[in-house]
Design a protein around this ligand. Structure first.
Ligand code: GN1
Ligand code: MG
Length: 351
């Protein structure tokens, strides 16, 4: 199987690949299959593209084309690795019924969790800078690569619908479902924001592990995973950072009693994100950042629980209850953030 893949890769990318290859699994992504491809001293990232999640690859190509035009005119202090082109000039190579993409390998370190507050600040500055850099781009010209991806209200409605279609739920699932359904006020807040925030080009998947740091961890070298680059709101990108940086334990942890938000890190993130943005935001946008962490934690939890109830059809799992556990984790993190609302508001007011 591997030999057939290697031969096909050499045919698709003759300008890069010509000698014996090795392949090994790489990273922690939940959607695409990511592999490290080596040929003597050269390295690339080879991705098995998840075409059932990303049903409109031509929209990704369209968005990345707009992005790279902007990048040529206005450079960033870190890389945005784009798919390398096949001999036919395509971003995707079809091999044995699957689609693959090749990327230059960026030497560096990815973190699943920050080790120091300075890293949180650096991550937030990078994503803030990215948002400021993208702000001249017309969001409406970008196509939705996954329709309604961050529509919290629709994700909430979908969970309700899936749960209602099931005859009954075990006690643990039922309790969790009720915990999530009790978040209706946050949905109402979210809908109010949609009516008043400007649509921008956002990254929309700002997990900490989508940044590649220099090996010394003193600088951000690259921002990866650009498939969900499309219209969105600042609160989305800032919120996913809060969710994945300012948490005591990662999204995979099952130590429910120890999952909480780390308020000092939220504050570090907020300061860093505003520094990166350099004032390029409205007063409403600034206010909305305060709820970004809650909104993104809620949406991920809703999606994990829905996927669990649907039988793990979306997210990669390593054991059958993993999506249920992820949903439990995210609800604990969400409730912990809600206990700090006053503190965060007071902190933001003096920035
Ligand atoms: C997925 O592919 P990955 O792991 O970077 C997901 C995000 C979720 C995340 C949860 C296209 O991102 O929305 O935040 O898992 N991406 C898609 O960890 O659904
Ligand atoms: Mg990723």
């Amino acid at each position: 199987m591997f030999d057939a893949l290697a031969t096909a890769l050499k045919q698709a990318y003759p300008q890069f690949i010509d000698a014996p290859l090795t392949l090994s699994p790489f990273g922690e992504g939940l959607i695409h299959e990511t592999l490290l491809l080596r040929q003597s001293d050269n390295k690339w990232i080879l991705q098995g593209f998840n075409a059932s999640v990303f049903r409109f690859p031509e929209r990704i190509a369209h968005n990345l084309h707009l992005l790279s035009k902007h990048l040529n005119q206005s450079p960033l202090p870190f890389e945005l690795p784009l798919p390398l082109l096949t001999r036919e000039g395509k971003g995707l190579a079809a091999i044995e019924g699957k689609q693959y993409r090749l990327f230059d390998f960026v030497q560096g370190t990815t973190l699943q969790q920050v080790q120091q507050p300075a890293q949180a600040r650096m991550a937030a500055q990078a994503y803030g800078k990215f948002a400021a850099w993208a702000s001249p781009l017309p969001a409406a010209a970008f196509e939705e690569t996954i329709p309604n991806f961050h529509r919290l209200d629709l994700r909430y409605a979908r969970l309700k619908e899936v749960a209602q279609d099931l005859p009954s739920l075990p006690e643990e699932e039922q309790g969790l479902l009720e915990g999530y359904l009790a978040q209706q006020p946050l949905i109402d807040y979210y809908l109010k924001q949609l009516a008043q925030l400007p649509l921008r080009v956002m990254h929309n998947d700002t997990k900490i592990n989508n940044l590649i740091f220099a090996p010394s961890l003193e600088k951000v070298e690259a921002l990866v995973d650009l498939d969900t680059l499309m219209g969105g709101y600042l609160m989305y990108d800032f919120g996913d950072l809060v969710r994945t940086v300012a948490c005591s334990l990662p999204e995979t942890s099952t130590e429910w009693n120890q999952i909480q938000v780390i308020p000092e890190l939220v504050e570090e993130l907020l300061s860093g994100y505003l520094e990166g943005l350099e004032g390029a935001l409205s007063a409403e946008e600034k206010d909305s950042l305060l709820f970004g962490g809650e909104i993104m934690t809620l949406i991920m939890g809703l999606r994990f629980l829905t996927d669990h109830l649907e039988g793990n059809v979306y997210y990669r799992v390593t054991y059958p209850l993993q999506n249920l556990h992820r949903a439990k984790n995210q609800l604990a993190l969400l409730q912990s953030q809600q206990a700090y609302r006053t503190r965060f508001a007071q902190f933001a007011a003096q920035l």
